[in-house]
Design a protein around this ligand. Structure first.
Ligand SMILES: Cc1cc2nc3c(=O)[nH]c(=O)nc-3n(C[C@H](O)[C@H](O)[C@H](O)COP(=O)(O)OP(=O)(O)OC[C@H]3O[C@@H](n4cnc5c(N)ncnc54)[C@H](O)[C@@H]3O)c2cc1C
Length: 644
């Protein structure tokens, strides 16, 4: 049994010692080393981050992990309208409170440790290796405080002293402090009985009384940590112009902060947000998943009316990164259990791990975990750099115009990478978590199916990862749309990139670079094929229409449902291909800087090359028959042509 989940992990060590370019991140985090109580160099700051994770890694391995099976067995229940958690769970959260972990990423002037988001996310991985329920609930503490601060900055209710580099005032200071102390937590209330992935169908409403106060009414379901004191609620404030148009539905949503209780000056509480039910779930037994009823609950509007979807995307972006790290923690736990079990269990004259098939499973599991961590680290870094540069430009712009331009360019580059990476990480992490925990159970045979060995719990816990924070299918649609939108804006760009990549695939001096270029070519080829199909369909739909209408139809009038049908059919295959491409690119960059990472890249390419060829083949050769069957009356001509 490990006694420290951070120090026992060589791959994590790589990132802390060499894999992350800490200097620019720490410099931004410490406001150019001007912060009065802060660090004045990256080395000391990284030393501090390491100490924090060393401490949490030990705490998680020794104080949480051993108690997880009993807590999972006991679960959480609803008594007199309140959630009741196991005593051990409450003790663990008291210990976290004493360690002041909820303020990990909050600025020092708000009582926090001022760690980068990266440290928080790695801590999530360590927590999730012990238990997904603890990790999720922990996330709804500090994560909510960070969200409050982020929203306040974005709506302009946070004041900075640019010279000292400190926050002097922020709208939710009281709530943030309560959460930092560990005395409260919050939740994110989006899903409703009739609206999950399709947010345009949300029905909860936000209305103003005659004095202009906001009140929220509606029902929310499946809310993680819904027994919290603060709710970020998405509710409709504007009428939908066209109920059949999803975009129009999204524009009418607003974001509110709704407190659960009314409190008098003596601290007596009356519950306003009712919690009629907790879900009985396959996994995550100790994590509260609540139904909530809002009946004219007093609410605080975040930002402006109609900005709810925009704010939700900001929250979701971080939550999706969080699921990526959560997946890695689960995979790590599952892999280690399987590896150790297979090394000690004899079968047919040798240990199980010496049987070729099992050795192959274990090798693939190890490779996939390292690949996931590579894109998670690169993505978290890009997201944080993009955000921190934006903040620096907003609150403390450089005097030098050239430096300003450099920062703006950098922000765009990191922002683009983060946007590309987030749905791919969420998709791949979630799918791999289910696959790897399932493999771990299989390697344990009958023992895996019993509760004693921990693998059945991991599998149960993993199955929700492709569902929450946007399902795998929704991630695939997002990744596909982003990829094709880029080509639509600049088709010549794709042609040029394909030519350059083809050249690299033949002429690069490094054989691994040549192999990565071939994978990139397969991904580009698949995108090219989908875009060509989409465009051909569009042209067919214009048959009989005056030529004068064609430019507008091509530049503006895109109907996502109808025009992109072929690309939507293949969105998941494309996403898998794009994920492999991304992993290869990130690992190639690591291998070029650190030759000892070449072995990992080679291991990954060996596995993904045939898969990418297969995915490319499926995308370019299948789909027409089914599309023909799905065609609606108006699509007949185009789809018959497609199918023929
Ligand atoms: C344990 C748990 C915790 C949760 N925590 C929270 C929380 O804290 N806050 C919160 O607001 N919600 C939470 N949820 C809800 C979760 O986010 C939703 O379940 C999820 O978004 C899917 O919505 P749905 O269940 O309505 O499924 P649906 O949207 O009905 O989807 C059903 C299936 O159809 C697919 N589908 C839907 N639309 C399309 C499309 N256009 N193309 C292809 N496929 C499509 C989906 O991918 C899915 O496979 C939680 C759920 C669970 C199980």
């Amino acid at each position: 049994m490990s006694t420290n989940f951070f120090t026992d992990n060589d791959d994590l060590k790589y990132y802390f010692e060499r894999g992350i370019d800490w200097e620019p991140l720490v410099k931004l985090n410490e406001l150019n080393y001007r912060s009065p109580d802060g660090f004045d160099n990256a080395e000391d700051a990284v030393g501090f981050y390491r100490e924090i994770l060393d401490m949490t890694g030990g705490f998680i391995a020794t104080e949480i992990a051993p108690h997880v099976p009993a807590m999972d067995h006991e679960g959480v229940s609803l008594q007199d309208g309140e959630a009741v958690s196991p005593d051990k769970w409450n003790e663990i959260f008291d210990q976290m409170k004493a360690l002041e972990l909820h303020g990990m990423c909050l600025p020092r002037e708000l009582g926090g440790m001022n760690c980068p988001l990266m440290i928080y996310l790695v801590n999530n991985e360590l927590l999730s290796r012990a238990d997904a329920s603890v990790m999720n609930h922990f996330g709804f503490h500090g994560g909510m405080a960070m969200a409050m601060l982020m929203f306040s900055i974005s709506e302009g209710t946070t004041d900075f002293d640019g010279k000292k580099g400190v926050i002097t005032k922020t709208r939710f200071a009281k709530e943030i402090d309560e959460i930092r102390r560990g005395d409260a937590w919050g939740c994110m209330d989006i899903t409703e009985p009739d609206a999950g992935s399709d947010m345009a169908r949300l029905k909860a409403v936000g209305e103003q009384d005659e004095d202009g106060n906001w009140l929220v009414t509606g029902e929310k379901i499946f809310i993680t940590s819904g027994h919290g004191k603060y709710h970020f609620v998405i509710a409709r404030t504007e009428k939908v112009a066209d109920p059949d148009d999803p975009m129009s539905g999204l524009k009418g949503l607003s974001m509110f902060l709704v407190p659960t209780y009314e409190e008098d000056e003596d601290g007596n509480r009356t519950r306003i947000v009712e919690m009629p039910r907790l879900e009985h779930k396959l996994g995550h037994h100790v994590s509260v998943t609540a139904s909530l009823a809002f009946d004219e609950a007093p609410a605080h509007l975040i930002g402006s009316r109609g900005e709810g979807f925009k704010h939700m995307l900001t929250l979701m972006n971080h939550a999706r990164l969080g699921v990526g790290f959560e997946a890695i923690g689960m995979c790590e736990a599952a892999y280690r259990l399987a590896r150790d079990y297979a090394a000690e269990r004899p079968s047919m004259g040798k240990m199980i791990d010496q049987h070729e098939m099992i050795a192959d499973y274990l090798d693939e599991m190890r490779t996939d975990i390292q690949a996931l961590r590579a894109i998670a680290m690169a993505g978290a870094y890009a997201e944080e750099m993009s955000q921190k540069i934006k903040l620096a430009l907003q609150n403390d712009p450089p005097a030098d115009a050239l430096e300003q331009k450099r920062l703006e360019r950098s922000e765009k580059r990191y922002g683009r990478f983060s946007r590309r990476m987030t749905p791919l990480l969420k998709y791949l992490g979630a799918e791999k978590a289910v696959q790897i925990t399932g493999r771990s159970l299989q390697i344990h045979g009958g023992n895996g199916y019993s509760q004693e060995f921990g693998t059945e719990k991991l599998l149960r816990d993993s199955i929700v990862l492709p569902i929450y924070e946007g399902t795998s299918q929704i991630q695939a649609l997002m990744a596909m749309k982003d990829a094709l939108a880029g080509i639509m804006k600049n088709p010549q760009g794709l042609v040029k990139r394909m030519a350059q990549t083809r050249w690299r695939s033949l002429s690069a001096s490094d054989p691994l670079e040549r192999r990565v270029a071939k994978i990139q070519l397969l991904a580009m080829g698949a995108k090219n094929h989908l875009m060509t199909k989409v465009a051909a369909r569009k042209v067919r739909s214009l048959q009989g229409k005056p030529l004068a209408q064609w430019p507008k139809a091509f530049l503006k009038d895109w109907d996502p449902k109808r025009d992109f049908a072929f690309a939507m059919l293949h969105a998941e295959r494309l996403t898998r291909l794009l994920s492999d491409e991304l992993v290869c690119e990130v690992l190639l960059e690591q291998a070029q800087k650190h030759p000892d990472r070449r072995e990992l890249l080679e291991r990954y390419i060996d596995r993904c090359e045939p898969r990418c060829r297969f995915l490319h083949d499926e995308i370019t050769n299948t789909g027409a028959r089914l599309l023909g069957q799905l065609a609606e009356p108006g699509d007949d001509q185009a789809d018959k042509a497609e199918a023929s």
